[in-house]
Design a protein around this ligand. Structure first.
Ligand SMILES: Nc1ncnc2c1ncn2[C@@H]1O[C@H](COP(=O)(O)OP(=O)(O)OP(=O)(O)O)[C@@H](O)[C@H]1O
Ligand SMILES: [Mg+2]
Length: 217
């Protein structure tokens, strides 16, 4: 995990993984776990997290658009989110728990849609130079598990087979993110029970809390 910087006394924690991996199942729980231990938590998500960002999210999820437009809109929403929500919360000493961040752009637009990492690196350098989450939990599940969770299991049709390739590239894109910053990530086997995953998360949150209190002491 990455040490907090002096200018950002709060910690920035992100949840990542393909659709249906189990991120949203745990974000509210993680917030409560930290609140119960005296931390003020800002729970948020991407794309979104601001009024403008939620409008951009609606566009991103519904309107067909070029890949470059999609990527730029992701970073437009992210810039607004950073400036108006994430940075002020961290500066005030809050911990920010965020459902997806820039790793998702590397995985989905960079790998899933094959834009590549270079352009996304350029945008990340522009929008948040030197800034990254202190900890990222990557929920990893195979396609079959994600699909079963998102819809009733059935033989994939042609469209769903295309989606399977997209899923595979996206999952691999996340693995490239782990390779690029191994100390920041904890990869969670998302096929485990919710209870078991919460034990893993609780142990890691306890470690973060210990490090944060040592840093203050
Ligand atoms: N460990 C688990 N075991 C069994 N079911 C799970 C587990 N984790 C999540 N689920 C179920 O799988 C479904 C998808 O989970 P969730 O909404 O948390 O995924 P997500 O990663 O947030 O997906 P998306 O990216 O689409 O928002 C939900 O119905 C949830 O209850
Ligand atoms: Mg979700």
């Amino acid at each position: 995990m990455t040490e907090p910087t002096q200018t950002n006394p709060g910690l920035f924690l992100t949840f990542e993984g393909v659709d249906g991996a189990g991120k949203s199942t745990h974000v509210q729980w993680a917030k409560q776990y930290l609140c119960d231990r005296g931390v003020t938590v800002c729970l948020t998500r991407e794309p979104g997290g601001t009024a403008l960002g939620e409008q951009l999210r609606d566009l991103l999820l519904t309107e067909p658009m070029h890949l470059e437009t999609e990527t730029l809109l992701m970073f437009a929403a992210r810039n607004e989110h950073l400036r108006t929500v994430i940075e002020p919360a961290l500066a005030a000493g809050q911990w920010v728990v965020c459902d997806r961040f820039t790793d998702a752009t590397f995985a989905y637009q960079g790998a899933g849609r094959a834009l590549g990492r270079d352009r996304i690196n350029q945008l990340a350098q522009w929008v948040h130079p030197g800034f990254e989450p202190n900890r990222t939990w990557l929920f990893d599940v195979p396609l079959e598990v994600a699909r079963q969770r998102l819809s009733a299991a059935r033989e994939p049709d042609r469209f769903e087979r295309e989606q399977a390739d997209f899923f595979k590239r996206t999952r691999e894109g996340y693995m490239q993110c782990v390779k690029a910053s191994p100390e920041r990530f904890l990869t969670v086997d998302g096929t485990q029970s919710i209870e078991r995953i919460r034990e893993v998360l609780a142990a890691d949150l306890d470690a973060l809390l210990r490090r944060a209190s040592k840093g203050r002491g």
